[in-house]
Design a protein around this ligand. Structure first.
Ligand code: OAD
Ligand code: ZN
Length: 253
């Protein structure tokens, strides 16, 4: 079957890359963007624009606290799909995880703070804030507590600049170095797995095509079809929390 054949390719590969989207974390209770229950049916995408942040940072931050509970509350934990990728990395069978997610769940795939693969968070990490002036990055939790006790908008203790969630808002560019490294991994990959993403948002969405052109065996693992699915060598339709543990078991068996 497909899983066994894909597992063979992974075992034979030099470089294996996983590219993940919001479907990775729905089983952890985090809504995705474009499903019926997705964020775009609950929140106004207008609220996610960099221009809105700059125009009214206080209003932006107070909306953000409500979103934070939905997306990144303390009770939210990695699921079996995150664990399976972390295990593949531990097995030496996964070299890089490129993610569009900002939930930080890959970095604690059930086993402490680090994983054995390189992690590239293309859209940033909502558990951090970044100073707009000096670029300092720091843990978001104490900043949220300051907001709750009335500091709006929150500012950098070093330079007084505005703090922004350390995520890529609409109208902002991706971090150049992170994107460069992601593209290099896509070019080098022997196996490239696109997991739980609708593969619709650029520039991240073109990474599977880069991998395909670079000669990788590509696979889409997702509930439904994506624009890249017809091109992919493997089009696996299913729940990532079933497929990834099966795949990992098949790689190591
Ligand atoms: P989407 O919501 O566009 O796509 C998630 C995909 O995962 C959909 O095709 C779902 O059907 C599928 N899915 C959900 N749960 C699944 C599960 N348990 N098993 C298998 N498939 C499942 O999310 P992304 O592709 O990640 O950008 O969206 C990309 C970007 O769009 C996000 O990073 C965000 C948004 O604009 C920024 O915030 C900058
Ligand atoms: Zn600063």
């Amino acid at each position: 079957n497909d899983i066994a054949r894909l597992a063979d390719r992974i075992r034979d590969a030099e470089t294996v890359v996983a590219f993940t989207g919001a479907g990775m974390s729905t089983a952890s209770g985090i809504p995705d963007f474009r499903s019926d229950s997705g964020l775009w049916n609950r929140f106004d995408p207008e609220d996610f624009y960099y221009q809105r942040f700059r125009a009214d940072p206080a209003a932006f931050w107070s909306d953000r606290l409500a979103l934070h509970e939905t997306m990144f509350g303390d009770d939210i934990e990695p699921n079996e799909a995150h664990d399976a990728l972390a295990e593949l990395a531990d097995d030496g069978q996964l070299d890089a995880i490129i993610t569009q997610n900002t939930d930080g769940l890959h970095a604690c795939g059930g086993r402490g703070d680090s994983i054995a693969a390189e992690l590239l968070e293309l859209h940033g990490n909502a558990h951090r804030v970044v100073c707009e002036e000096c670029g300092r990055r720091t843990d978001a939790a104490p900043v949220r507590r300051r907001i709750e006790s009335g500091e709006l908008p929150p500012r950098c203790g070093d330079c007084g600049g505005l703090f922004k969630p350390d995520v890529v808002l609409f109208g902002e560019r991706l971090d150049e170095d992170t994107l460069y490294r992601a593209r290099r991994y896509a070019q080098r990959a022997d196996v490239f797995l696109a997991i739980g993403s609708s593969l619709t948002v650029e520039p991240a969405a073109s990474l599977p095509r880069t991998a395909d052109r670079g000669g990788a065996t590509t696979a889409v693992i997702n509930f439904d079809e994506t624009p890249f699915s017809p091109t992919a060598a493997f089009d696996v339709r299913g729940d990532v929390t079933d497929v990834l543990p099966d795949l990992r078991a098949s790689v190591v068996e």
